[in-house]
Design a protein around this ligand. Structure first.
Ligand SMILES: Nc1ncnc2c1ncn2[C@@H]1O[C@H](COP(=O)(O)OP(=O)(O)OP(=O)(O)O)[C@@H](O)[C@H]1O
Ligand SMILES: [Mg+2]
Length: 376
C-alpha cells in the first residue's frame, strides 16, 4: 500500500501542498515548528479519522480559514484509489473514489497506517483509556466491522449510564437499567473476544521485537485484563468462546448492579478492561525506565505494523521524532527494520545525525508549512 500523490489544503500551518511520492522512504526535514508533524497527522487523519493531538476540527484548520481538505491517491492490491476528506469546524466528510462514505466507520481498513509518535509513551503512563484507544485503533484497522460494534456499544452504555444517573433505584428504574443488559452483552462480548485476541497477538510479536531491541537481555510479557470476569489472559491462555463470555458478562452485570447504582455508572464490561505489560516480571507502568518505556512502545508499534500487514502489503508508517533520543546502535536497527517496510514517512530536524543511516530516501524540505523536494 502506498500513496502516489498527496494534496493538502489549509491543514494546520500547511496552506497548500501537493506531493508526488515514491513507494519507499520519505524523509521530511525541517527545523522545529515548520509542519513536519502536521503532514503526518494529515495522512493519519485520512486513514483513521482521528488525530493523536486533538478531537477538535477547529484546531486542525489553518487559523483564519473555515475549511480544510486532504486527498491521497494510493495503490492497494494492484489498483489505484482516491480517498479524500473535507471538513469545517463541525463536520468531516470522506469520499472514496468520488463516492461519499455514509459513515466514518466505513473508512477503516481503506488506507492502513501506523503512527509512531513521542506521545505513544502515554500507552504506559496514560492509564487504561489511552491503552484501550491504542488497541482499538489498531484492531479497527485490522477488523473494520468492529468500528460499528464499538460505536453501538458506546451508545448502549451511555443510555444505561444516563438511567443510572437519574435513578431512584425503584423497581421500575432497575428494570429499565436491566433492559440494556442484553444489548451490552451482545456487543460487549464481540469487543472483548476480538480485542483480547488482538492484544495477545500484539504482545507476542512485541515481545520478539523487544528481545531483539535489547539483545535478549530483557523480556516483555503482558496480559489482557477483563473487568467483567476478573480474569487475565496470557500468551497461550485460551480466551473463552463467545457463549461462555456472554454468561460471564451476564453474571458480572448482576454482581455489580448495586455498585452501579451507588456510583451511577456501569462497572462491568470491555470499557473497563486493560492491558498490563511487564518487563522482566515487573509492571512496566510502574517500574520501567525511560529507555525501557521507549523500547516497549517501539516494539508494540512494530507489532501493530505486522498485524496490519496483509500478505506482502504493509501499512503506511508515519514515524515522528522517535529516533530522537536513541543511541546509534538501537536507532540503526530500528531504522533498518522500518525502512524495509514499504512506504514510510520519517521526520527529522536539520541537525540530526541519524538521518545519515537512511539510504535511498526521497528527501523533502519542510519550511513554514511549505513542502518541497530536496535535491542532492
Ligand atoms: N490550526 C493551525 N493554523 C495555523 N498554524 C498552526 C495550526 N495548528 C498548529 N499550527 C502551527 O503549525 C506549526 C507546525 O507545527 P508542527 O507540529 O507540524 O511542527 P514540526 O515541524 O513537527 O515541529 P517540531 O520539530 O518542533 O516537532 C507550528 O508553529 C504550530 O503552532
Ligand atoms: Mg513535530
Amino acid at each position: 500500500m502506498h500513496i502516489h500523490q498527496l494534496r493538502i489544503q489549509n491543514f494546520r500551518n500547511i496552506r497548500e501542498a501537493s506531493l508526488d511520492l515514491t513507494p519507499g522512504v520519505q524523509l521530511l526535514i525541517g527545523r522545529n515548528a515548520q509542519g513536519k508533524t502536521s503532514l503526518l497527522e494529515a495522512v493519519y487523519l485520512l486513514a483513521t479519522a482521528t488525530s493523536h493531538r486533538t478531537h477538535n476540527n477547529r484546531e486542525l484548520i489553518t487559523q483564519g480559514e473555515t475549511t480544510a481538505f486532504i486527498e491521497a491517491e494510493f495503490d492497494r492490491d494492484g489498483s489505484r484509489h482516491r480517498l479524500s476528506t473535507g471538513f469545517d469546524s463541525k463536520e468531516r466528510r470522506f469520499r472514496i473514489d468520488e463516492k461519499p462514505l455514509k459513515r466514518v466507520s466505513d473508512l477503516y481498513g481503506i488506507l492502513k497506517a501506523v503512527f509512531f509518535s513521542p506521545e505513544d509513551l502515554e500507552f504506559l503512563s496514560g492509564g487504561p483509556i489511552a491503552r484501550r484507544r491504542t488497541m482499538d485503533l489498531g484492531l479497527c484497522q485490522q477488523n473494520p466491522p468492529l468500528v460499528r460494534v464499538l460505536l453501538d456499544y458506546r451508545k448502549a452504555l451511555k443510555q444505561r449510564n444516563t438511567l443510572l444517573r437519574q435513578a431512584d433505584a425503584s423497581i421500575t428504574t432497575r428494570n429499565l437499567v436491566k433492559a440494556w443488559n442484553p444489548e451490552l452483552i451482545r456487543l460487549g462480548t464481540q469487543i472483548l473476544s476480538q480485542r483480547a485476541d488482538y492484544t495477545l497477538k500484539l504482545i507476542e510479536k512485541a515481545s520478539d521485537y523487544y528481545a531483539s531491541i535489547t539483545g535478549s537481555r530483557e523480556n516483555l510479557a503482558g496480559v489482557y485484563r477483563s473487568s467483567m470476569i476478573h480474569l487475565a489472559w496470557r500468551k497461550g491462555g485460551e480466551i473463552p468462546d463467545e457463549q461462555d463470555l456472554k454468561k460471564y458478562f451476564e453474571i458480572a452485570l448482576e454482581e455489580t448492579v448495586e455498585k452501579d447504582f451507588l456510583y451511577r455508572q456501569t462497572h462491568a464490561g470491555p470499557h473497563r478492561d486493560d492491558i498490563v505489560l511487564e518487563v522482566c516480571g515487573k509492571s512496566a507502568e510502574r517500574y520501567a525506565s525511560q529507555g525501557q518505556r521507549r523500547s516497549i512502545v517501539l516494539a508494540l508499534k512494530l507489532a501493530e505494523r505486522d498485524l496490519l500487514t496483509s500478505p506482502n502489503d504493509p501499512p503506511i508508517l508515519l514515524v515522528d521524532d522517535v529516533t530522537h533520543e536513541m543511541d546509534m546502535r538501537r536507532c540503526d536497527r530500528f531504522l533498518e527494520n522500518i525502512c524495509s517496510s514499504g512506504q514510510v514517512f520519517l521526520t527529522f530536524t536539520e541537525t540530526e545525525s541519524h538521518r545519515g543511516l537512511i539510504k535511498n530516501a526521497t528527501e523533502w524540505h519542510v519550511q513554514d508549512g511549505m513542502i518541497s523536494r530536496r535535491s542532492g
